[in-house]
Design a protein around this ligand. Structure first.
Ligand SMILES: [Zn+2]
Length: 87
């Protein structure tokens, strides 16, 4: 009896960055390193108002923060750093 185990790892958009791609402030860089220990992808994109880390819809306030000039925010649900690419 042979069992074919073809369970492949789901193709997840890997932003497996060793360094942060954003121009984070020192506080955010520190935060980045702290969540990096428990989250494999501490920085995710916000798309259509959804955090692509936990797939929860962000509040309009949060969305505005991410879209603000800083260009990033923090997901209230999973704690990941969010960035916005403009679409
Ligand atoms: Zn999230």
């Amino acid at each position: 009896m042979s069992v074919k185990n073809l369970a492949l790892a789901p193709a997840r958009s890997s932003l497996g960055v060793a360094h942060n791609p954003l121009d984070l402030s020192p506080e955010m860089t520190e935060y980045f390193h702290s969540i990096q220990k428990r989250l494999p992808n501490p920085i995710v994109e916000m798309r259509n108002g959804v955090c692509l880390g936990c797939f929860m819809v962000l509040s309009s306030h949060q969305q505005q923060l991410v879209k603000s000039e800083d260009g990033y925010g923090i997901c209230e649900t999973c704690g990941r750093i969010l960035y916005y690419e403009g679409y």
